[in-house]
Every structure is written in structure tokens, then in C-alpha cells.
Design a protein around this ligand. Sequence first.
Ligand code: ADP
Length: 201
Amino acid sequence: MLRIGLTGGIGSGKSTVSAIFEQLGAPVIDTDGIAREVVAPGEPALAEICRSLGSGLLCPDGSLDRAALRSRVFQDTSRRRRLEAITHPAIDARMRQRLAELPEETPYVLLVIPLLLEAGWQDRVDRILLVDCPETLQVQRVVARDGIDPQEAWRMVRSQASRDARRQAADDVIENDGSLGPRELIARVRGLDRRYRDAAG
Ligand code: ADP
């Protein structure tokens, strides 16, 4: 089974592209969703985060207070590393479990890994598919989608790997800079889907 790692900066269009793959029948494993699952109440990673990063990180209902966590690790590299040392192995384990559950005859699987480069997970995949667009467009989309202010969006964009680094690591690139209309984007994904099925076959 060919493992395609779909990556790209925040707001680049990963969810949009992975939804098209899913419509074409490709199995999609989304590590963003898994990242939320592994810190749900009752999960060992949540208890470990509280132990390692201090109290005051839970909402009254026992769920992780994401805003509190963000501000605690913000601009504190050592805390962020500690957080990642807890969450990344938990995400990795669950991703492998999902992979193992797929039918053996599955030609390829799309692993959506936003922080593929940042986490150094290149070896988890056989090919890297990048969804790319200019940073100004990322910011515009994130502001429109999440209702955050542009400064905050710029901060998030700048905290991630650079476009250059991503483009260098990528085997395939979807230019999602607005030059492709909705139909053309679907056609582009269809072409890749065909290519991945052929490569697997
Ligand atoms: P990501 O998952 O990479 O953060 P999304 O797929 O959620 O990005 O896209 C960010 C926002 O931009 C969403 O609101 C999405 O609908 C919009 N968007 C993404 N690609 C396009 C496109 N080609 N044309 C118009 N809007 C787009």
C-alpha cells in the first residue's frame, strides 16, 4: 500500500483537497483529527500533559483547555518540545493502528499530516503531496475561515516550515493559489489519484 503524505501550511487547502480524494474513494487518515482524539478526557496523553506542563490546563468539563495550552507553550521552545514528546508518539501509534486496519488490497492511502516536515515524519510516507499557495492567501483564508485577526494568522504561518522547505521536500505539488477553478482542482486531484493507483498497481 502506497502511503501518500498530504501536507501544507495552515489555510493552504489540505482539507479541501483531502475531501476530494475521499470523494474519489481514497482512504484518508487525518492526523489533525487524531491529534484531538489523543488528548480527549481519559486518554493517557492528556494526563501526561497535565503532569508535565502544570495545572490549569483543563476546562471545567475535564477537556483540554486549548487556549491555555497554546499560551503556555507559546514562545517557550522547551515546553513545546515536551508537549510534542507526549503527543507525537501517541498520534504516531494511532496512525499506525489505522493503517493496519485498512484492507490489504488498498492501493494507496492519504495521510494528512500538516506538520510532516516540522515533526520529521518524512519516513512515515512513500510520497509527499504538497498543497501550496502564497502566504498572503493562507492568511486571508484563515482569517475568513476562523475569524481570527490577521496578526495572529501571520504568527501561525510564520511558526510553520517555510514554503521553500516544503516545496523542496515535495514529490507532487497542488498549486492552490486560486489559479485553478473548482473543476480544475478536482481534475488535478483525479489525475493524482489515477497516478497513485497506477504506481501501487
Ligand atoms: P487547511 O486544511 O490547509 O488549513 P482548508 O482546506 O481548510 O485549509 O482551506 C482554508 C480555507 O480556504 C477554507 O475555508 C477553504 O474553503 C478555502 N479554500 C481552500 N482552497 C480554496 C480554493 N481553491 N478556492 C476557494 N477557497 C478555497
